[in-house]
Design a protein around this ligand. Structure first.
Ligand code: THU
Length: 161
């Protein structure tokens, strides 16, 4: 037996003011997308915005359903929207913002496990990682280099050959 360690580096910004204009723009697009959320059950809105390689931004938000397991997370909504609007386009960055009607969210919220899996598949398809930006309603911003940092030991299509 030998012990192995896996670690990763990420960026932490005390304020969005310290980000590049491009990153700030994408976080604002995710913030704007909160208005597209349909979250009458959780009252927790999630907005996601994807920047494509050509600079275009596509956004989406969570869509809930009275049959709770049918709820669609913002991340998967936006990834599906990209494939609909720009099939096969490479996503260079993905920003995620959240808002709760019940309490202020001043910490970044990370994608759920299912969304991490779908982000991983998209990165595999496009053969490139996407920068991932996370921010609450305000406050600090986390920037990750790609989905693999959120999902180590990911399952992927290579096992199904
Ligand atoms: N939600 C997302 O949109 N993304 C996530 O990664 C976590 C959760 C949504 C689903 C549901 O509408 C609400 O947040 C509460 O779970």
């Amino acid at each position: 037996m030998n012990k192995r360690t896996q670690s990763f580096e990420y960026e932490w910004f005390e304020s969005a003011d310290d980000l590049s204009p491009q990153d700030r723009e994408l976080l604002q697009a995710a913030r704007d997308a909160l208005s597209k959320a349909y979250a009458p059950y959780s009252h927790f809105q999630v907005g996601a915005a994807a920047r494509l390689e050509d600079g275009r931004i596509i956004s989406g938000a969570n869509q809930e359903n009275a049959a709770y397991p049918m709820c669609l997370c913002a991340e998967r909504v936006v990834l599906a929207a990209v494939e609909s609007e720009a099939p096969g386009a490479v996503i260079s960055a993905l920003a995620i913002r959240v808002h709760s009607a019940k309490h202020p969210v001043s910490e970044p919220a990370a994608p759920c496990g299912a969304c991490r899996q779908v982000i991983h598949e998209k990165e595999q398809r496009q053969r490139a990682p996407m920068r991932i930006l996370l921010q609450g309603e305000k406050g600090p911003v986390i920037a990750l280099q790609g989905g693999k940092d959120l999902l180590p030991f990911a399952f992927g299509g290579e096992f199904l050959l």
